[in-house]
Design a protein around this ligand. Structure first.
Ligand code: TRP
Length: 338
């Protein structure tokens, strides 16, 4: 069985962009792959080092969202990155194999630095060693557990490419040790915001969260961008430039009828939005039901994280034994200093 390694930073709740961009894929694939899903708290600290409480709190939020979304602990291991010291060790070995210039060229990191001027300076001149290097640590996340497949959103592709480069270099120098992992994109790798923005994201304030209430969803959907040419309720409009239609399509709600009625001018935007609110709430209902269950059973969540972390650690220890041998770092017999 091939292995999936993937995860998210615990910096907030999951929204529909995460869900359709990659979490849904993980749910669908978990039955056919050995699945490890990491809560990347070490990576989250690279730009939240001053907010350890926030990271800690969001570890549980993320675990709840995963379980709510349908990650099944019988089929997937959910684990905490900082509890696997082997990943940190491998990150250090990998850091010799990547030039600083190459890290500066990573478009995703660049983008993030631009969004974080308060933290890293107007031109990114204050970028830390840790943040610049987080793709190296991500390479260790993936290969440190012998990952084959990495279901992620589109923004993560540069990191997977960087991982593959590191693997090639490592194998070339120390002998065949790792496989090159592959990214797995969803058919909707990037979800637009209701405001028409190219990307749904927490920082853009245009996200619908998996845990949003009907009231929150209503507020967001009612302000969604529609065809600006449509002034009156019975003007015909172009659904292809309407964000409400875009979301009807995303959850596959009554698409043909809505499209036809919109074009014919027999569907008002307000009614169409109300219908979307209802459809979204219905879509999210089973997810929110599972979330409520686990919120009431946090001891189970804790146990799931503990078991998942134990399984991941076991695997990482096996991989690191191989790495140390290949790197001539296997000093004492049994690798023990006792
Ligand atoms: N960089 C990812 C994000 O921003 C999180 C992540 C950390 C990850 N390690 C990973 C994703 C390994 C896939 C595989 O959400």
């Amino acid at each position: 069985m091939k292995t999936i390694i993937t995860g998210d930073r615990p910096t907030g709740r999951l929204h529909l962009g995460h869900y359709f961009g990659s979490v849904k894929n993980r749910v669908d694939l978990q039955y056919d792959y050995d699945t490890y899903i990491l809560i990347a708290d070490v990576q989250a600290l690279t730009d939240n080092f001053e907010a350890p409480e926030k990271v800690r709190k969001n570890i549980y939020e993320l675990a709840l969202d995963y379980l709510a979304a349908g990650i099944d602990p019988k089929h997937s291991h959910i684990y905490i990155q900082s509890m696997i010291p082997e990943i940190a060790e491998l990150t250090i070995y990998y850091s010799n194999l990547v030039s600083v210039a190459r890290l500066y060229r990573n478009p995703t990191t660049k983008n993030e630095v631009n969004q974080k001027q308060e933290l890293f300076g107007e031109k990114g001149e204050g970028i830390t060693y840790g943040f610049l290097g987080y793709p190296v640590s991500q390479a260790a996340d993936i290969t440190g557990l012998d990952g084959d497949l990495v279901p992620v959103g589109e923004d993560q592709l540069p990191h997977i490419e960087q991982t593959r480069e590191i693997v090639r270099k490592f194998n070339h120098i120390y002998g065949e040790t790792f496989k090159e992992p592959e990214a797995y994109l969803s058919t909707t790798p990037r979800i637009k915001g209701l405001d028409g923005n190219d990307k749904m994201s927490k920082s853009l304030g245009n996200a619908i969260y998996l845990a949003d209430s009907e009231e929150e969803i209503t507020k967001k959907v009612m302000s969604a961008v529609t065809d600006p040419q449509k002034i009156k309720k019975d003007d015909p409009a172009n659904p292809d430039i309407c964000m409400v239609y875009y979301y009807h399509k995303l959850i596959n709600n009554n698409v043909d009828t809505i499209c036809a009625e919109c074009k014919a001018g027999s569907r008002g935007c307000v009614a169409c939005k109300r219908e979307l609110v209802k459809a979204l709430c219905d879509y999210l209902a089973p997810i929110q039901e599972r979330r409520h269950y686990y919120e009431e059973h946090m001891d189970e969540v804790e146990a799931i994280l503990k078991d998942g972390t134990k399984a991941a650690r076991k695997r990482a220890m096996e991989v690191m034994k191989r790495v140390r041998e290949h790197m001539k770092l296997d000093y004492f017999e049994n690798n023990s200093n006792e």
